[in-house]
Write a protein that binds this ligand. Structure first.
Ligand SMILES: CCCC/C=C\CC(=O)SCCNC(=O)CCNC(=O)[C@H](O)C(C)(C)COP(=O)(O)OP(=O)(O)OC[C@H]1O[C@@H](n2cnc3c(N)ncnc32)[C@H](O)[C@@H]1OP(=O)(O)O
Length: 280
């Protein structure tokens, strides 16, 4: 089989520069299978694929690349065997500079809109823990297959941070209002099997390669379907959620900055970071 690893930086220099002056595509790789037209985006920011400013910029560029090059599908997975993504980089949220946190959250919104609203068929192979922002990333894809023995969910309640509207919208759209409420208000992390039970993931498998096969199977299901009609239908199906969040995005981001910067939330974040340090 012919595989080609793209140097995304080369192809998207202009785009990437407009997002960030960070050196780009150091935190992930995008590999196109030229036979199937399906690309795999492998997250590779050790140790836990935390979503720093630079990570989000690269993710945005990779999603744009998949649209621009009209990939037949995009599979998002992790190079780590234990963590899909630990979510937002807690260091970005703790004692933030006011301009940086504003731009950071705006970038998070941008990435989410791009991925959630992209016409490219998307699938997540969740081959490790997938927490908060990591769960958002998986839920923004159309199809999720999860390797067993890991945890997935949005733990904001346990971190002491409110769950933001786009996280809520995504969770609601996948598991429904009541299940979302029950999970989000206590920051529940589901095992792979529990996630399957509640519909948070579509399949549970024994390992990553099996997961990739399942994801390829899902994406191959669109081979006979008009890409244009499919892309438009996806947008129509998701437009209500997108429209509402686009309309209120600036209001949401300013409110979130205010909340995150508050003394109580900063104290909780500090305690959470301390707990993680001390668990060793
Ligand atoms: C929109 C605005 C509001 C949004 C609010 C919240 C959204 C979020 O996404 S907040 C992030 C929430 N995520 C977490 O709370 C995850 C915390 N991490 C874990 O539970 C574990 O690390 C995990 C289960 C993912 C993996 O466990 P291990 O494999 O045992 O690794 P370690 O715990 O030893 O971690 C290794 C190393 O990584 C650091 N780390 C972990 N998570 C994060 C993170 N989200 N951001 C930054 N850094 C993180 C951890 O502290 C360790 O660092 P060192 O001690 O320096 O090695």
């Amino acid at each position: 089989m012919a595989f080609r690893t793209k140097n995304l930086f080369e192809k998207t220099t202009k785009l990437v520069r407009s997002y960030s002056s960070d050196k780009i595509y150091t935190h992930m790789s995008l590999t196109l299978n030229e036979q199937t037209g399906i690309a795999t985006l492998e997250l590779a920011k050790p140790p836990v694929n935390s979503m720093s400013f630079g990570f989000l910029s690269q993710l945005a560029a990779a999603v744009q690349q998949s649209e621009a090059d009209k990939y037949k599908g995009l599979i998002i997975t992790s190079r780590s065997s234990g963590v899909f993504s630990a979510g937002l980089d807690l260091k970005e949220l703790h004692h933030p500079d006011s301009d940086r946190i504003l731009n950071y959250l705006r970038r998070l919104q941008d990435v989410w809109f791009q991925l959630y609203d992209c016409s490219t068929p998307t699938a997540a192979v969740i081959n490790g823990h997938s927490i908060a922002g990591g769960c958002l990333l998986a839920l923004s894809c159309e199809y999720r297959v999860m390797v067993n023995s890991f945890k997935i969910g949005m733990n904001e309640a346990l971190v002491g941070v409110p769950v933001s509207p786009m996280f809520i919208a995504c969770m609601q759209s996948v598991i429904g209002q009541w299940e979302a409420e029950k999970a989000l208000l206590v920051g529940r992390l589901f095992t792979s099997e529990e996630a399957l039970g509640v519909g948070l993931v579509d399949e549970v498998v024994g390992g990553k390669s099996e997961g990739v096969c399942k994801a390829e199977g899902y994406l191959a299901g669109f081979r006979e379907v008009s890409a244009r009609a499919r892309g438009l239908s996806k947008r129509y199906l998701r437009q209500e959620v997108v429209r509402d969040l686009v309309r209120r995005r600036e209001e949401d981001v300013k409110k979130l900055v205010e909340i995150i910067s508050s003394r109580g939330v900063q104290d909780s974040l500090g305690e959470h970071l301390e707990r993680m340090k001390n668990k060793k």
